[in-house]
Write a protein that binds this ligand. Structure first.
Ligand code: CUA
Length: 224
């Protein structure tokens, strides 16, 4: 989870998030190079003393500074498309979790396992344990097995919500009357925190998500 002064991305807990971080760093590097170059050129304009009377056109330089940015954009667009399709790929999920957004809590259904279902409310600040995280901890956590492909089906019962877990690279809107699908793979155990990220009303900030990533055996024990 994110803690104080963490301005960057959270540590990844899934292979897809790892790829997203690589892409972010790659895009940022290109951005810095462009900013430095353009900044230098603009700064140098201050020292232009207009001495070239016969300079009316420059076919070659215009050709270069048209095509070069197009090529640079390709270096961002192609990896971005690769990631987009990679995120959308579903590889034989072993568990399916259905999450339904409500004003203002999430409810979950494990349809594969005798329809286990429960609501997950944020723990109010005055009822928080000493080691609890304010505005992030919930009364009933989602328990899911690590090292397995997990499918998430997201929908909502009232208004649009968004099921978002930064460490897993998952962000899906829950829309009334629609069923959205995504998937992830957790490669380490731990607690992964998320929040609703679609402005859904007065208590939008108070419907967090907590995933407990556990070894498969513990998950089977929990579900039965
Ligand atoms: Cu639900 Cu914001």
């Amino acid at each position: 989870m994110s803690t104080w002064a963490n301005l960057g991305l959270q540590d990844s807990a899934s292979p897809l998030m790892e790829q997203l971080i690589f892409f972010h760093d790659h895009a940022l590097l290109i951005l810095v190079m462009i900013t430095v170059l353009v900044g230098y050129l603009m700064f140098m304009l201050f020292f232009n003393n207009y001495i070239n009377r016969f300079l009316l056109h420059g076919q070659l330089i215009e050709m270069i500074w048209t095509i070069l940015p197009a090529i640079i954009l390709l270096f961002i667009a192609l990896p971005s498309l690769r990631l987009l399709y990679l995120l959308d790929e579903i590889n034989e999920p072993s568990v399916t979790l259905k999450s339904i957004g409500h004003q203002w809590y999430w409810s979950y259904e494990y349809s594969d396992f005798n329809n286990v279902e429960f609501d997950s409310y944020m723990v109010p600040t005055n009822e928080l344990e000493n080691d609890g995280f304010r505005l992030l901890d919930v009364d009933n956590r989602i328990v899911l097995p690590m090292n397995s492909q997990i499918r998430i089906l997201v929908t909502a019962a009232d208004v649009i919500h968004s099921w978002t877990i930064p460490a897993l690279g998952v962000k899906v809107d829950g829309t009334p009357g629609r069923l959205n699908q995504t998937n992830f793979f957790m490669n380490r155990p731990g607690l992964f925190y998320g929040q609703c990220s679609e402005i859904c009303g007065a208590n939008h900030s108070f419907m967090p998500i907590v995933i407990e990533s556990v070894p498969v055996n513990n998950f089977i024990k929990w579900i039965s």
